[in-house]
Design a protein around this ligand. Structure first.
Ligand code: SIN
Length: 322
């Protein structure tokens, strides 16, 4: 049976347009359809080697505005395609700003039976499609190389020739063409002259945390992130609890200082809302490493995560969904 790679479009700078080809910052993201992006990738047919490429626009968003409805749509379309025997893998084009969050979300919700056998590669660009030297076509080509690589599996991010695991990748730079970093874990590998050189094993497929039926259900629990910092107060947290609105907060991830410590005034407010039933989880605002627990016993009142605050927010939301 002939195989195919499916390209799912989510928007982003890769689909952005500027008024002038020399403008790489004053553009509007999410303007060009994924079919058009695909048509503009030189050398794609050679990489596909006889496999077919098809494309579907799932949403068209500047990824700073990413939301649960778009995530739900993406997850359901990804499951649909991955279950097809003639689909070898997916490439998702997405904005860089929240790409790491969508990648982690997909790695947690796509069934292990599918992700364990097929790859989902997220890619992006830092320059718009109208740039005189766009990076999107090369990134799409490299993502296709990964999608066609025998044994590739799990959710990965491909940008500037580097392959990252969804679990570790973070955007660390607002401008350079290689804005992602996998911290202490390092990248999974590299795409060099159309060949993948792996330095770590492909990601293990997580057991899907959420049955797809729950993903389709209307309400996803609201989880917020608060930051501890010099001069932090409990005002924001108390205000959230005092004005619940139509969608009351169910969980809070606190991005603590250093080893997850929290300003005493913020901590007091978090303990108050925790007593009212809000789930509170501690992460660290440090860019590298994770909270180190005390082997002699942890005295914290809150749960601790080894994820960064942005991924911890997703993990808590999914945990509260099951
Ligand atoms: C976005 O995240 O959609 C815009 C920025 C980018 O893709 O680099």
């Amino acid at each position: 049976m002939s195989q195919k790679i499916v390209f799912l479009g989510m928007g982003g700078t890769i689909a952005g347009k500027a008024a002038s080809p020399d403008d790489n910052v004053g553009y509007k993201a999410a303007q060009v359809g994924v079919q058009e992006l695909l048509a503009a990738v030189p050398g794609l047919a050679a990489v596909l080697g006889g496999w077919e490429a098809t494309a579907e626009q799932v949403v068209q968003l500047d990824s700073k505005d990413m939301h649960n409805v778009a995530w739900r749509a993406l997850a359901l379309r990804a499951m649909h395609y991955l279950a097809m025997p003639d689909v070898a893998g997916l490439v998702v084009t997405h904005g860089t700003d929240t790409l790491e969050e969508t990648a982690y979300f997909l790695s947690r919700v796509l069934p292990a039976g599918l992700l364990g056998a097929k790859p989902v590669i997220m890619t992006c660009a830092m320059r718009p499609a109208t740039s005189q030297l766009p990076d999107g076509p090369q990134n799409m080509l490299d993502a296709t190389v990964v999608a066609c690589t025998p044994g590739a599996r799990g959710v990965t991010v491909v940008c500037a020739g580097v392959v990252h695991d969804a679990r570790h990748v973070r955007k660390v730079h607002p401008y350079r063409l290689n804005p992602f970093d996998s911290g202490e874990a390092g990248p999974l590998g590299f795409v060099e002259e159309g060949i993948v050189r792996l330095v770590h094993a492909w990601p293990a497929a997580a057991i899907a945390a959420v049955p797809s039926g729950n993903l389709e259900s209307a309400h996803w629990p609201r989880v917020e992130i608060v930051l501890s910092h010099a001069g932090a107060t409990g005002a924001l947290v108390r205000s959230m609890a005092a004005h619940p609105g139509a969608d009351p907060v169910c969980g809070i991830v606190v991005a603590g200082t250093g080893n997850g410590s929290i300003h005493q005034d913020l901590e007091a407010a978090l303990r108050e809302v925790q007593a009212q039933g809000v789930h509170v989880v501690r992460s660290t605002r440090c860019a590298l490493g994770q909270i180190v627990g005390n082997p002699r016993g942890d005295v914290s009142h809150f749960g601790v995560t080894d994820l960064d605050p942005f991924k911890a927010r997703i993990a808590l939301m999914l945990d509260l969904m099951v």
